[in-house]
Design a protein. Sequence first.
Length: 249
Amino acid sequence: MERQPSKLPPIPVDAEALGARDLLRVALEALGRDRLALAASFGPEDTVILDLLVGLEPRPRVFTLDTGRLPDETYELIERIRRRYGIEIEFYFPDAAAVEAMVRANGPNLFYESLDHRLLCCDVRKVLPLRRALATVDGWITGLRRDQIATRARTPKIGLDLEHGLIWKVAPLADWTSADVWAYIRERELPYNALHDRGYASIGCAPCTRAVAPGEDPRAGRWWWERPESRECGLHVPHAALTDGPRSR
């Protein structure tokens, strides 16, 4: 069914005052279960949101982007979550021909060579599959928090996604801290990625993620060879907003 942005309901004026559960309830009531989906990379925030969601809708829509280079621990977590909640997870994969052409031209680890090459890889493996996924919804739920990185400091709890057809972009944990997230996980005994117990604070593709030292910025383990202001993949910040810097591994 073709999306009609003009038919979407207005964003509630009190969205910023709502807690995470109430925000999800409002989004579900406004858009409906079939047109609202959680975009899950299965970080701790996504697990918290899913736990909140199933308390409101037993079979919420959940999709994930399988880049083909995820750590085994992420796949193991996905299986644990599927069993715990009894839900279906929609997988979106990169176009095989596009991956083949990119790797033939630039090598399998092109992302280490320059910001342009890294963004190309993210575009093929993540951004374009996300675009396909979001063509099926009127709103998507993300685990963005304002204190994760400077580029997310002004994340609204509900905003219009200018990059994907003015659909709703819902961030129920925008005003949560990392401590809030982990307190909820421990209280509810939720599953989480085993790599977190090995010093990984933020987990993406295996070659682009590493553990961080105690006290180090949690995002320091993502694309660690780049300048901090460039450490986004294009899912939430347009490529044009990112700047290149010297390579240092």
